[in-house]
Design a protein around this ligand. Structure first.
Ligand code: ZN
Ligand code: ZN
Length: 134
């Protein structure tokens, strides 16, 4: 099997799902279309796509790296540590922060998928409510 056909199947899967998938989820999706493919082939193809900057890989706190297509433009995420809700923020929200760091440190940032962990507004309210009840 040609590596390029596996890469093509991965790109199609990621663009169809339009979300973050683990390598196992990508593999399971692709196996339906390319029955001869094995998990390590998929994993290596994913790694190549990450190196090419076509796909991002992140740890979103689930203890499994997730992959996502980057053609939708640079974006970042806020991940709630309590309910695991994932919010997406545009790159413009962090651009000035990136610029300041780059200037100050003469450092060129290549991170294209930033994950910030915290507590979402729902969970903050729940904490306040449970305090009020006591
Ligand atoms: Zn993302
Ligand atoms: Zn939450």
């Amino acid at each position: 099997m040609r590596a390029s056909s596996v890469e093509q199947a991965i790109l199609e899967t990621l663009s169809k799902e339009h979300s973050h998938l683990t390598s196992l989820q990508v593999f399971e999706e692709i196996r339906g279309r390319l029955p001869a493919v094995n998990q390590s082939t998929v994993y290596r193809a994913l790694e190549r796509l990450v190196e090419q900057g076509v796909v991002s890989v992140s740890d979103m706190g689930t203890h499994a790296a997730v992959y996502e297509l980057l053609t939708d433009g640079r974006h970042h995420h806020l991940v709630c540590q309590k309910c695991r809700r994932v919010m997406t923020i545009g790159h413009e929200d962090v651009q000035s922060f990136f610029n300041a760091i780059q200037e100050k440190n003469h450092f060129q940032i290549v991170t294209n998928h930033l994950i910030l962990f915290g507590i979402c507004d729902n969970c903050q309210e729940n904490v306040e409510n449970s305090r009020a009840e006591k």
